[in-house]
Design a protein around this ligand. Structure first.
Ligand code: HEC
Length: 121
């Protein structure tokens, strides 16, 4: 009886974990706030530039998008460290940029969003 119960617990835990592990390429919940302004398909710019292929690219990577001067002049490359700082506080990293977003306050959200951005290629 005890072993059956334990097995049930293990199975239950596996089922609970499945939705998170099985869909690694799906957007994390923390990305929902970004969707108001960003599309993830290549070439589709909205209020903000498409985020397709942004990881590892230089600031101003989306073709056909009208970036602010401040953003273009920043000379940043969107690697892990730069994105982590930018997503937590966009205005501090690129003063005068036009991304009207206060930033992700939870470090876990920043990590999850960066992991997702890496898959957009
Ligand atoms: C209110 C709209 C808005 C929201 C919300 C928003 N952004 Fe942006 N984002 C922009 C705009 C506008 C720019 C262009 C900034 C500029 O040109 O000054 C931008 C630029 C960027 C860039 C730089 C792209 C490049 O090609 O250099 C990244 C990366 C980015 N946003 C990621 C995110 C992520 C991730 C989120 C959610 C956590 C988010 N943004 C939320 C509007 C938004």
């Amino acid at each position: 009886m005890l072993t059956t119960k334990k097995l049930g617990l293990v199975l239950g835990a596996a089922l609970l974990a499945a939705p998170f592990t099985a869909s690694a390429a799906d957007a994390p919940a923390a990305f929902n706030v970004c969707k108001a302004c960003h599309k993830v398909e290549a070439g589709k710019n909205g209020v903000g530039p498409s985020l397709f292929g942004v990881f590892g690219a230089k600031a101003g990577h989306a073709e056909g998008y009208k970036y602010s001067e401040a953003h273009l002049k920043s000379g940043l490359t969107w690697d892990e460290a730069t994105l982590a700082k930018y997503l937590a506080d966009p205005k501090a990293v690129v003063p005068g940029n036009k991304m009207a977003f206060v930033g992700l306050k939870k470090p876990d959200d920043v990590t999850a969003v960066i992991a997702y951005l890496k898959t957009l290629k």
